[in-house]
Write a protein that binds this ligand. Sequence first.
Ligand code: NAP
Length: 303
Amino acid sequence: MVDVCIIGFGPAGMGTALYSKRAGLETLILEGTGVSGGQILQTYEVDNYLGMPGINGFDMGMAFRQHVDGLEVPVKDGTVDSIEKTPEGFLVHLQQETIATKTVVVATGASHNLLQVPGEEALTGMGVSYCATCDGAFFRGKKVVVAGGGDVALEDAIFLARFCEKVTLVHRRDALRGAKILQDTLLSLPNVEVVWNTKITEIKGSDQVEAVSIENVLTKEQQDMPVDGVFIAVGTHPNTEFMGELVEKDSSGYLVAGEDCATSVPGIFAVGDVRTKALRQVITAVADGANAVTSIQSYLLHH
Ligand code: NAP
């Protein structure tokens, strides 16, 4: 039986592994996707992590990974089906095997939301994308639209403006949610237009995106806008389905836990984007790992 089983290997899982190993706890990491790094791997630039101004997200993920690799914490590939509480601790059920552990750290992060409009699913990969960093280069010299008004939408629009002819940000309200510094940068770019109070109602095209239908939410006025690509950045949802009803979740599915990362079930901890918190950033995800291990040490002293 291991002391700590960490599910997920983004910044929160890696931060937990670092502190757990240094605390002398027998630690196992379960990596679901086969690629470590989490959402930052798809981020062009991270400019708000202390000491690493302007670092590329992929490079950051790799730097984190190298640090953890140097600690020789075992990493196992596998998707978790469920977690079972036992008198001794927990059984983490994977598709092929079961891991016995004294504590569980859930670090499974979040995945992108769908816009849920006609044409989105059929044209995904044919002009519809959820990752500007991954797919942006295919749209060099083209016209694209970005849906959303949060940090990701702003970062995506700024990134795409480097090589697209025109970037139109379509936002459903009259104010952006993303960081002020990103707003200022975005609004200063000559090839970016923001269309306020507007939603995309349909993505059109036969075997490639050709246009989006948009509707002004105030006037209900509708029009078609010819575009080559649609980048969807309308938020994320937590990857917590496999947890079932074992621990308390909020109405959006995030695991309810405070700064000590302790969930409603003693011995299960939640770190990073999967946890209820006000600010989901790399720096707060890594910090969760440190805090969780302090809580784990205290838990193990009493169990
Ligand atoms: P977010 O902050 O939740 O923003 C989602 C945006 O999509 C909002 O503007 C929202 O509009 C809009 N939206 C949601 N559903 C929509 C729909 N059905 N149709 C049209 N628009 C819709 O999500 P995010 O940008 O993915 O960021 C996720 C988290 O990661 C945030 O906490 C963010 O701060 C963090 N993050 C941080 C960094 C960084 O620090 N460098 C970078 C990226 C992300 P409303 O504004 O009207 O709600």
